[in-house]
Design a protein around this ligand. Structure first.
Ligand SMILES: *Cc1c(COP(=O)(O)O)cnc(C)c1O
Length: 377
């Protein structure tokens, strides 16, 4: 069986070297594995230029586990969180806060509209009880890039604490702790660092983590406890995802060899441009305006042709070796195509070609006229 190329928001296509890094079984007590964990955490903090001011705490599980752990550990029970919201992952933060019993104030935006720092400023001035702002950087539900620098400046000026869900932007979109003040930043192994899924990590300001003792509702999610134990022993609390850590070590080596963040941004931007240009040539329209589109994942309006239906389209494109992703919007029929993972524009062009072939086979009209004039905008 030839492996499909994943054009999804994660898990992603990984390189052979990353997969091969998982062929060794590591003992969780072994000093070699502890050194591996320490080196991975050091590199992760360095990507955000945060090794002095912050520490990197890894956590077993998917990205959402780490988001929940960051909120549960850093927001004290009496805290109140502003959630500027323009998509599904922002809404997930609000849901998590509900489970945690932490008060949330949602600042709703349209899904095709970037978060407005001015509205955050007003909300913070209006409510002195808000202690934290939880912001998704790239809203993967649509592909929107939120203006993090301006948001962080407003939050810092109002003397509140910023928790960033940088899950799908970390390592790609520049983020430097010298220029973006943040209390914590959350991402995971299986996104743009091109590791395999299985561990999240939180890059958290040293003082904030030290002060978070006793906040967390959950033992397994307590980042303070994880950190204290790791400092004492060099080990993870509870069984670590050893193969995932080893794969991430290899993925980080490849990241550095490729040229780090600028190189990854360039490759993904190239993938994104190849995709969007190819789809536009077929008459597809992207959901977001180019100015706010992150080169991470692109939402396209579905064709309005009666011959089109997503499950059949998905199946046929998969049979040609590419895995697409359904849309996450409730009001408009869309699908998403990821630009991330160990692929380049050659593979992306092949994906576009496969989509052309599939639509022809399905009898869906291709060309300027096939997409709706203005559905849902
Ligand atoms: C992928 C992602 C997450 C985490 O999702 P998991 O399925 O738990 O890994 C959280 N936020 C954003 C913005 C994401 O892209």
């Amino acid at each position: 069986m030839s492996e499909p190329i994943l054009l999804t928001p994660g898990p992603l296509t990984t390189s052979r070297a990353t997969k091969e890094a998982m062929l060794i079984d590591w003992g969780s007590w072994d000093s070699a594995f502890n050194a591996l964990t320490a080196s991975v955490c050091r590199d992760l903090a360095n990507i955000a230029n945060a090794a002095e001011s912050h520490v990197c705490v890894p956590l077993q599980g998917s990205g959402t586990f780490a988001v929940e752990a960051a909120l549960g550990t850093l927001v004290p029970p009496g805290g109140k969180v502003l959630v500027p919201s323009n998509g599904a992952y922002c809404q997930r933060i609000t849901r998590i806060l509900g489970y945690l019993g932490r008060e949330a104030v949602v600042l709703d935006h349209r899904e095709d509209e970037p978060i407005d720092p001015g509205r955050i400023e007003h909300a913070l001035i209006a409510d002195a009880g808000i202690t934290h702002v939880a912001q998704v950087h790239c809203e993967t539900g649509t592909g929107m890039l939120n203006p993090l620098h301006d948001i962080a400046a407003v939050v810092a000026a109002q003397d509140r604490r910023l928790i960033i869900d940088a899950m799908s932007s970390f390592g790609v979109i520049p983020l430097d702790a010298d220029f973006v003040q943040f209390e914590a930043l959350v991402s995971a192994s299986g996104k743009c660092l091109e590791g395999v899924p299985g561990m999240g990590f939180v890059i958290v300001r040293r003082g904030a983590l030290a002060a978070a003792n006793g906040n967390c509702h959950s033992l397994a999610m307590d980042l303070h406890d994880q950190w204290i134990y790791m400092q004492k022993t060099g080990q993870w609390r509870y069984t670590p995802p050893t193969h995932v850590v080893a794969a991430l070590r290899s993925a980080l080596d490849q990241y550095r060899a490729e040229g780090g963040q600028p190189a990854r941004l360039a490759r993904y931007s190239d993938n994104c441009a190849t995709l969007v240009q190819g789809m536009r040539r077929m008459g597809f329209r992207s959901y977001l305006e180019d100015a706010v589109q992150a080169p991470i994942i692109v939402t396209f309006h579905a064709p309005v042709d009666p011959a089109y239906e997503f499950p059949e389209f998905y199946r046929r494109v998969r049979d040609k070796g590419f895995i697409l992703y359904p849309g996450k919007l409730t009001t408009v029929e869309t699908f998403r195509v990821g630009c991330i993972g160990a692929i380049d524009s050659t593979q992306m062009q092949r994906a576009v070609d496969a989509i052309v072939d599939v639509l022809r086979d399905m009898g869906v009209a291709i060309g300027e006229a096939q997409s709706a004039p203005d559905a849902g905008m």
